[in-house]
Design a protein around this ligand. Structure first.
Ligand SMILES: Cc1ncc(COP(=O)(O)O)c(C=O)c1O
Length: 394
């Protein structure tokens, strides 16, 4: 089979909801992938930030092999060792909490919205404040929470109860608080929204506001979690604890897993029958999640990400000086955005032709999120390719 044959199958059988780039990937190892015609690429946006440990990390592959020989799936009415152990690992690395497992980021977000509704129910509160330009997934709760009109078009009426404020503008959040507000939800670094990072003042101000008004602070760490920003979870940069956290993407480094994490101080909000998910946290995906935590610890990957992130950031700043088309370098550690003065899509396409996979969001922001196992040499190579593309695009 050739790429054009796969394209024909797509045209005939796949609902065309995604813009395709015409590349058919068939193999991956670390930060590298290969297409059907054996062309090699450096993958600096692996699986939309899912493959945090890179492609086919041996620890994840071995865990999947071992678990798949024992049992793949059991219902959540049975005790599941891997699920219990993975929940313990998440809690050990975050805050005193209980974990619910699901399959994706949007489902995790839906669960968090249900927690906020349950929390507010006793006092008649159900509104959630989210941020403009945020992205929280494609389910109905996800698109309602998302502060971008484009994901809602044609799907009205929305789930009610969401109000939107500006990133890093505490006053605009305060203005959205009503007697019905139950929670504030945000990504500490907005991914789809153009890689904008919450400031210390803003985040701490939100925590104080939530404490003052007895509202929940909920962080969506679907994209920022699992070490990407140089801390296990991005909220840890701010010296505070959220009440609810959502996870997905690199929690399984390639297998579909999501979770929402509810602080113990909320007590027994979500009791038996309040939520469920048939596949959620099955032994196979939780074995992968456990392997991810172990690999991060064993490889000292948080420390390495901090150092590599500093290096990457410095190199990007140097690139910005040489290439005036770059207006601003955004983000933290290995989650970076390059705000351009020109559209980013043609740059992404040309970079792919030269063997570098990156992403563009908000039309003009290049988003670059290499796996945590990336090397300096690979970073240098990626930046070299990017610079060639920028030079040719002038
Ligand atoms: C911050 C954030 N939340 C939620 C989601 C939705 O996750 P999923 O696509 O796994 O449903 C995404 C996906 O990009 C995301 O970046």
């Amino acid at each position: 089979m050739k790429t054009k044959d796969v394209e024909k199958l797509y045209a005939e059988y796949i609902l065309p909801t995604y813009k395709q780039n015409g590349i058919c990937l068939v193999k991956g190892k670390g930060a590298r992938v290969w297409d059907l015609e054996q062309r090699e690429y450096l993958d600096f946006f692996p699986g939309w930030a899912v493959s945090g440990l890179g492609h086919c990390h041996p620890a994840v592959v071995n865990a999947l092999k071992t678990q798949s020989r024992k049992i793949l799936h059991i219902s959540n009415n049975f005790l599941n060792i891997k699920q219990a152990e993975l929940a313990r690992e998440i809690v050990k690395n975050s805050f005193p909490a209980k974990v619910f497992f699901c399959n994706s980021g949007a489902e995790a977000l839906d669960g968090a919205v249900k927690v906020a509704r349950k929390f507010g129910a006793a006092s008649g509160r159900y509104e959630i404040i989210t941020l403009k330009k945020s992205f929280h997934g494609r389910t109905f709760a996800g698109i309602a929470a998302t502060g971008q009109d484009k994901v809602k078009e044609g799907f009205q009426p929305m789930l009610e109860g969401f109000r939107y404020a500006d990133m890093n503008d505490l006053e605009s959040v305060r203005q959205q608080v009503t007697p019905k507000t139950a929670a504030i939800l945000l990504e500490p670094v907005q991914g789809e929204g153009g890689v904008s990072t919450a400031t210390q003042d803003f985040m701490q101000g939100l925590r104080r506001l939530c404490d003052e008004k007895n509202m929940l602070l909920m962080v969506d760490e679907v994209q920022t979690g699992m070490g990407r920003t140089g801390r296990m979870f991005a909220y840890q940069h701010y010296g505070l604890e959220p009440d609810v956290m959502t996870l997905a993407k690199s929690l399984g480094s390639g297998v579909p897993i999501g979770a929402f994490v509810v602080h113990n101080r909320l007590g027994a909000l979500m009791g038996p029958g309040s939520h469920g998910c048939t596949y959620g946290g099955n032994p196979l995906v939780c074995a992968a999640g456990l392997a991810v935590f172990k690999a991060i610890k064993k490889g000292g990957l948080i420390e390495k990400t901090k150092k590599l992130g500093d290096y990457f950031g410095a190199q990007l700043e140097a690139l910005k000086k040489r290439q005036p088309v770059i207006q601003e370098i955004r983000g933290l550690a290995l989650m970076r955005g390059l705000a351009l003065s020109v559209p980013g899509a043609p740059i992404v396409e040309k970079a792919a032709q030269k063997g570098l996979l990156i992403n563009c969001t908000q039309e003009t922001v290049l988003r670059i999120m290499p796996p945590l196992i990336v090397t300096r040499k690979q970073i240098d190579r990626a930046l070299y390719i990017l610079e060639q593309v920028l030079l040719e695009s002038r």
